[in-house]
Write a protein that binds this ligand. Structure first.
Ligand code: SAM
Length: 291
């Protein structure tokens, strides 16, 4: 028996976690529409936002606020309805609730009370971005939003610098450029990256470039600093045997670093020694940090 069927039998309600579109309203699933129309109450991140979506689809179910400021304390209100046998749907402003959105505390409370929580899958920006990015998708990590302040952001990026899985970040448009600048400085110019902007909307752009070029592309076009975006970065790959920076390459790099900026020195040393530019770049960065 499914969780929802068991709940019906024991006369308690089910909490449905319902994904809504991240731009294109045609991405609303038939099942999501049915659940939203059938439940007794919709717990919404922003009722004013969700009411427009419900009106668009002709859904008249009552809405109640469930946002990050009240979900801890007022989750009990939804729990009471569930215990009384009413089904409740949880939605956020866009995409899948709980994914950089409210809902975690409510889901936890409901599960802790032994009541069923049923996902109604649909759009999620990180998964949509990953599905089209062309970066390894077998293993990835989602880092959500980076800290807004530069120091916190850099610390977090340093933590994942040698992470071999594909990295996925959400970022606000007004911080996208500084975020890419920090990524370039920490991960290196050559790390493959993808900017997935305005997915499923009119100005959807999915641009795949090495980090240095991606930063330059965004810096040179203010349109790329607008709208919603996901940044994906290829995982770190350990230098292969033979690609390690041998004594000769270290010597060449050291001499060049004394004469020119790090990026240029790494590029020139790569040409002279045949060692990959990114490997030398990372090595030069570690030398600088060690000084
Ligand atoms: N719960 C949502 C989900 O399932 O993806 C994410 C909500 S989070 C508050 C909003 C962030 O998701 C945006 O700042 C952006 O990074 C990303 N995002 C949402 N919609 C997007 C879209 N259409 N294109 C690109 N990124 C999007």
């Amino acid at each position: 028996m499914t969780d929802a069927a068991e709940a019906k039998k024991s006369k308690v309600g089910t909490l449905y976690v319902v994904a809504t579109p991240i731009g294109n309203l045609d991405d609303m699933s038939a099942r999501a529409l049915k659940v939203l129309a059938d439940v007794a109450l919709i717990a919404a991140e922003d009722t004013r936002h969700s009411i427009r979506l419900m009106q668009h689809f002709g859904i008249g179910t009552p809405l109640a606020a469930c946002h990050e400021h009240n979900e801890r304390n007022e989750g009990g209100r939804f729990l009471e309805r569930l215990l009384a046998g009413d089904d409740v749907a949880l939605v956020s402003d866009a995409g899948t609730p709980l994914i950089s959105d409210p809902g975690y505390h409510l889901v936890r409370q409901v599960r802790a009370a032994g009541l069923p929580v049923v996902p109604v899958p649909g759009a999620c920006a990180l998964i949509a971005a990953l599905s089209a990015a062309g970066l390894p998708s077998d293993r990835f990590i989602f880092e959500g939003f980076l800290p807004a302040k530069a120091a916190g952001r850099r610390t977090r990026l340093e933590h994942v610098k040698e992470e071999p899985r594909t990295l996925i970040f959400y970022e606000a448009p007004h911080r996208i450029l500084e975020c890419l600048e920090d990524m370039q400085a920490i991960f290196g110019d050559e790390r493959p990256a993808v900017l997935a902007r305005e997915i499923s909307k009119t100005f959807e752009t999915i641009r795949s470039l090495p980090l240095g070029e991606l930063r330059a592309f965004v810096a040179g076009d203010s349109n790329q600093q607008r709208g919603e975006c996901v940044v994906l970065v290829g995982g770190w790959s350990a230098p292969e045997e033979g690609e390690l920076v041998d004594k000769q390459a270290q010597r060449v790099l050291g001499l060049l670093l004394a004469e020119m900026p790090l990026k240029k020195a790494a590029a020139l040393a790569a040409e002279i020694t045949g060692v990959r530019k990114n490997v030398l770049y990372q090595f030069a960065l570690s030398l600088q940090k060690g000084q």
